[in-house]
Structures are given as structure tokens and as C-alpha cells.
Design a protein around this ligand. Structure first.
Ligand code: ATP
Length: 231
């Protein structure tokens, strides 16, 4: 740990701003990339990232909030609020870092671009692990340039074995050769949280307390909040 911090302090790379303040490069560094809408970030996301980091001995996991997510409806909260919530949620784990590469790139967010941008910043020596939930893994064939994505990273599918296993996928599916990481099901999602808030129900325990405070202080997802992303 000290060693990693030492390197982080000693080396400042040009893309550090986009990747966060610990964007050190070192040979053989194992870097997870976890993209999502994070609308809002919740306990399920943190559990996925922790399971992948522990199982695969990752040095870092970049949480990458999507600017304009591909293949799904626009987020409810602004990119600024989603980034702020990610920062609050990951502050307690020094393996977890924020990357704003997708927020800064105009146009729809494609994971193939995310990986390229993280590769540029993390360095060619880094081994990249693209972390996806089982539901997202099922959709992988519909993503842009899935074969390029599979060639550039190790795809890591996190979920319960009965949710998805390699044999559930047809030959040639980009997640067929993925690394599968087992994690107990956590019945939490952005949809459940937004729905609870819209109906005045509590979300305690679904998101870190700092995120819960942020949501309430800004009135996010409440019936009174009129904010919508501009398309
Ligand atoms: P929404 O309900 O708004 O669709 P979400 O909670 O599924 O959102 P996203 O930010 O879209 O969150 O998801 C990012 C990634 O996290 C995806 O790969 C998704 O599969 C995974 N994920 C989200 N919630 C869970 C959970 N409870 N358990 C495992 N994986 C999850």
C-alpha cells in the first residue's frame, strides 16, 4: 500500500485530471474500469467493485460515470451531481478512484472509448479489467465494437452463478471468455432508489450515508425536483 502511494505521489501524468489524483503508472498495474450511470451510486455498485478488486487483486478501480449512456434512457441527475455522489461514495476506499473521461467526451458514451481513454492515462503497461454486472454482460454483444473491447481488456462479470454463467452465452459472445466473479445478490438498483425517493420512502442502507445526505440536501429524485438532463 505504502509503495503504491509512494509511486502515486512521485509521478504526475498529463491525464491525471481526467483520471483522478492517483493516476500513477507502474509496470504490471492491474486496473479495473467500472462504468455506469450511477444515478445514484449505491451499495450494489460498491459491492461489485469490491468483489472484483479482491478476487482479481486489482490495484485500482476507476468508477466512470457515463455522460450520455448508450442503449438506455438519459440519467435523471446531472453529470455534476452523479460525479459528486461517486466521489462521496468512494472516498473511504483508496483503491477506488473517479475517472471523468466519459463525462468529458462529447456524444454518447461507448465503453470502447472509455477503455481507450483509460488506457492512454493508465499507460500501456497496465492490465485493464472491464467490470460489468451480469445484466450488462448479457447486453455486451449490442455494445459498440464488442470484439475490440474484449481484445483490449479482460471482461469481468460480477454476479451470482445462477444469474449468468459462460455456458448461458452463445459461442462468440464477447462475455463468453469473461472472468466470472461470484457475489451474493444485492437487491438494490438506481431504479429502486429513484422510485423510493419519488414516493417519499426512505433509502437508508441502500446508499452510503454521505450520498443519502447529498441526495436530500439537493432534493434529488424527489417529486419536487424538476431537473432533467438536456438531450
Ligand atoms: P438503473 O436501475 O438506473 O438501471 P443500476 O443500479 O443498474 O441503474 P448502473 O449505473 O446502470 O446502475 O449500473 C452500472 C453497473 O452496475 C452495471 O454493470 C450493472 O449491471 C451493475 N449493477 C448495478 N446494480 C447492481 C447490483 N445490485 N448487483 C450487481 N450489479 C449491479
Amino acid at each position: 500500500m505504502e509503495l503504491r502511494l509512494g509511486v502515486a505521489l512521485a509521478v504526475v501524468w498529463p491525464d491525471a485530471a481526467a483520471l483522478g489524483n492517483a493516476a500513477e503508472r507502474r509496470a504490471g498495474r492491474r486496473v479495473g474500469i467500472f462504468g455506469g450511470t450511477f444515478d445514484p451510486i449505491h451499495g450494489g455498485h460498491l459491492a461489485v467493485a469490491s468483489a472484483a478488486a479482491e478476487e482479481l487483486d486489482l490495484d485500482a478501480v476507476y468508477f466512470v460515470p457515463a455522460g450520455d449512456p448508450y442503449l438506455r434512457r438519459p440519467p435523471v441527475a446531472s453529470i455534476g451531481d452523479r460525479i459528486a455522489m461517486v466521489e462521496l461514495a468512494i472516498a473511504g476506499d483508496d483503491r477506488f478512484l473517479l475517472s471523468t473521461v466519459d463525462a468529458e467526451r462529447p456524444g454518447p458514451t461507448y465503453s470502447v472509448d472509455t477503455v481507450e481513454d483509460v488506457r492512454t492515462a493508465a499507460g500501456t503497461n497496465a492490465a485493464l479489467y472491464l467490470i460489468v454486472g451480469a445484466d450488462a454482460a448479457l447486453q455486451l454483444a449490442r455494445w459498440r465494437e464488442p470484439d475490440k473491447l474484449a481484445a483490449a481488456t479482460t471482461i469481468v462479470v460480477v454476479g451470482r452463478p445462477d444469474q449468468l454463467s459462460p455456458t448461458d452465452l452463445p459461442a462468440g459472445h464477447p462475455a463468453r471468455d469473461a472472468t466470472f466473479v461470484n457475489m451474493p445478490q444485492l437487491d438494490v438498483s438506481g431504479t429502486v432508489i429513484r422510485d423510493a425517493l419519488a414516493n417519499g420512502r426512505p433509502i437508508t442502507g441502500m446508499v452510503p450515508p454521505e450520498v443519502e445526505r447529498y441526495i436530500h440536501s439537493k432534493g434529488l429524485y424527489s417529486p419536487r425536483s424538476t431537473y432533467r438532463e438536456e438531450r
